[in-house]
Design a protein around this ligand. Structure first.
Ligand code: AHM
Ligand code: MG
Length: 279
């Protein structure tokens, strides 16, 4: 597993360089979800693939930027699902973005997840590795990721990050979000799930939601590259992650690599509120 973490660190340093200095314009290609890809999405994907090709324990990779799996090493054991540059449309306005990795063994269902890693490219570069605990690292001037501290959620937080087009929310979802604000929670939402979830994790807790809406009934966020890795991080940090049927996210089984799901990530108390609303 360590060699995988090292490959992710090398990729992150290279991607940071692209974010800071490279062209942020559109390419001429469209990805599986129908988004026009930025040149930087494609380049970040290539950087990660190049670094992962050097690691014999990786059997195959599934990228948000590609339609199908890519086989790497026949004798490898791990499948890595990743989103090379999540929230990349925010680079134009100089907001934080991230990379997300799920390290799976034996398949790519939630239950196959062995570890999850994400990188936040903000004013500083931070990297979080979740195994049986959740550890945060920060990039220093010598391009080394230095361990900072473990991440542990409190039972209840203060932040609310409500995603999805409000016009398409159900009445009960709108009431849930309104009630949470009524209880004094503060709005913290940038539109990049990596910095939005990172903020909730570091500030002790809260709720991030991306429900099914009338325009996207199954939500927007993809299970293998985005939702499963963060569900793993939240559980290992002492929180929880569920869908709109009150099922644990990590029990879900996607039928296609790009399947999406409504999702809720939070500390224990906020997830209990979601369960009461969606039961
Ligand atoms: P992307 O992978 O195309 O960048 O989309 C994922 C991002 C998430 O970071 C964020 O939570 C969500 O899209 C916001 O989407 P929207 O503004 O369309 O609701
Ligand atoms: Mg994404």
């Amino acid at each position: 597993m360590n060699e995988i973490y090292e490959a992710i660190k090398t990729s992150a340093i290279r991607i940071r360089e692209l974010i800071e200095y490279d062209d942020t314009g559109y390419s001429s290609s469209i990805n599986t979800t129908g988004d026009t890809q930025l040149k930087i999405d494609i380049k970040s994907d290539l950087v990660i693939e190049e670094e992962f090709r050097k690691i014999p324990s990786i059997k195959e990779i599934i990228s948000e930027e590609k339609e199908n799996k890519t086989s790497l090493h026949d004798n490898g054991i791990y499948t890595i699902g990743y989103d090379p540059l999540d929230g990349s449309s925010l680079i134009d306005v100089d907001l934080s973005v991230g990379s997300i990795f799920g390290i799976y063994e034996g398949g790519s269902n939630g239950a196959h997840l062995k570890a999850a890693v994400y990188v936040v490219y903000g004013p500083r570069v931070e990297l979080v590795i979740a195994e049986s605990d959740v550890k945060m690292y920060r990039l220093n001037q010598k391009n080394e990721f230095v361990y900072m501290h473990d991440i542990k959620l409190k039972e209840k937080g203060k932040l609310n990050a409500p995603g999805g087009t409000q016009q398409g929310w159900s009445k009960s979802h709108k009431k849930l979000i309104d009630d949470i604000f009524q209880d004094g929670y503060r709005l913290r939402y940038s539109g990049g799930m990596v910095p939005d979830l990172h903020q909730i994790l570091l500030k002790g807790g809260g709720l991030f939601s991306y429900p099914g809406t009338t325009d996207v009934p199954k939500g927007k966020l993809r299970m293998i590259f985005e939702v499963f890795p963060f569900a793993f991080v939240f559980e290992q940090a002492g929180g929880a992650a569920i869908n709109d049927k009150n099922q644990r996210i990590l029990d879900l089984v996607p039928s296609h690599p790009h399947d999406t799901t409504p999702c809720f990530f939070g500390s224990k108390k906020e997830i209990e509120r979601v369960m009461a609303c969606y039961e």
